[in-house]
Write a protein that binds this ligand. Structure first.
Ligand code: P1T
Length: 391
């Protein structure tokens, strides 16, 4: 049986869109089409597939479900989140300007600064959670306002609808990197964004076993350009990676509910803790962006950052002293991770003025038992900080 899944609820779309049972065998789960090429009945006569850089049925399924979950007309998948970023930049021309958040994944900053910037595309940084700063930073040649919300790693909240309103009569397009929220918690296109981008490596894949990216939008001309470049530049994900991402997406809704509940409990614990200086979590009522987050997100997701009382050595020591939280880059998997952004995910912003504090620790709160997570942080803080005070 196939249905018009587009009209069903988010959780149902996540499981079914683009993934009807295989018509040949009845297999409930669509196959991994592990093929590079497709037979043609005669020259140019085929079933819609010629070569897997151009199109692959497992990738088509991922395109369809991602478009349905973000409420877009189309989606295109790439070999990584940064490949998705690079491909979106193919919509720009030399002389264009990009306004980027001053709190952004270090690799995104590095891509604009060291790669895209070499091709005559300028960029500048501003605090996009400050609407006056956005107005002041816009230039006549700004073509993208590039938003992360929540931001990485300070979890700032950017008002998507307000920024869409500011640029409504400006040629700039609004790009939202929705990696930290996932489409279950936030749907930027419905708030006025033009393009949504994801590192599918994170919550969408959900199990830390695949690297990928996706861009979603509505504009048919942009689709034609991006689809051309996806094939011409070739940074496509393989069929198995698409299949792993599809499998992750099926459980996105239940995972995000648990990530959010666990993160809230962890943030509240840290907020009360004597060795913790500041906690950054949009679900806390004293977070600057709490009210906007409550309006534009269904829940507050699983990322929590905090500064410890002490110095760099103390923060680094805490990050290596947890036992359930694994010391690793990345986020959004079922397992909890801890990292030191200054030395790890954001090392490439060193010396730019956008660097992070060296007492900052970032947590990706997983879906383990929440008491185990809180106890783990308690023992790490208790083991390190009193000892450091005696040094
Ligand atoms: O790693 P990749 O799939 O290429 O995605 C890049 C990327 C894009 N956008 C955001 C908001 C991201 O957080 C990332 C990757 N981030 C990490 C690896 C990290 O630990 O923050």
């Amino acid at each position: 049986m196939t249905s018009n899944w587009q009209e069903s609820a988010f959780e149902t779309r996540a499981i079914h869109v683009g993934q009807d049972p295989d018509p040949t065998t009845g297999a409930v789960i669509p196959p991994i089409y592990q093929t590079s090429t497709y037979v043609q009945e005669a020259v140019g006569v085929h079933k819609g597939y010629e070569y897997s850089r151009t199109d692959n049925p497992t990738r088509t399924a991922l395109h369809e479900v991602m478009a349905a979950l973000e409420g877009g007309a189309w989606a295109l998948a790439y070999a990584s989140g940064l490949a998705a970023t690079q491909n979106l930049a193919y919509l720009l021309n030399p002389g264009d300007h990009v306004l980027l958040s001053d709190d952004t994944y270090g690799g995104t900053y590095r891509l604009f600064a060291k790669v895209i910037g070499r091709y005559g595309i300028d960029f500048s940084l501003a605090d996009l959670s400050d609407l006056d700063a956005v107005r002041a930073a816009l230039r006549p040649n700004t073509r993208f306002v590039w938003v992360e919300t929540p931001t990485n790693p300070y979890l700032k909240i950017v008002d998507i609808r307000a920024i869409a309103g500011i640029i409504v009569d400006h040629p700039a397009r609004l790009v939202v990197d929705n990696t930290f929220a996932s489409p279950y918690l936030q749907q930027p296109l419905s708030l006025g964004a033009d393009y949504v981008l994801h590192s599918t490596t994170k919550y969408l894949g959900g199990h830390s076993d695949v690297v990928g990216g996706v861009v979603v939008g509505n504009d048919p001309d942009a689709y034609e350009t991006l689809k051309f470049h996806q094939n011409a530049a070739g940074a496509v994900p393989g069929p198995f990676d698409c299949w792993l991402t599809l499998r992750g997406i099926k459980t996105l809704a239940v995972r995000m509910d648990r990530h959010s509940a666990n993160a809230r409990a962890v943030a509240e614990f840290l907020h009360r803790h004597e060795f913790v200086d500041r906690v950054f979590y949009p679900g806390l009522p004293d977070h600057l962006g709490h009210d906007i987050a409550q309006r534009q997100m269904r829940d507050f997701s699983g990322m929590v950052s905090f500064t410890v009382r002490g110095d760099f050595e103390v923060a680094a020591e805490v990050a290596k002293s947890t036992k359930v939280f694994q010391l690793a880059e990345s986020l959004g998997g079922v397992e909890s991770l801890i990292e030191h952004p200054g030395q790890m995910t954001h090392a490439s912003v060193a010396g730019t003025g956008a660097e992070v504090e060296d007492t900052l620790i970032r947590l990706s709160v997983g879906i383990e038992n929440v008491t185990d997570l809180v106890d783990d942080l308690e023992q790490a803080l208790a083991a390190v900080i009193p000892a450091a005070a005696l040094r």
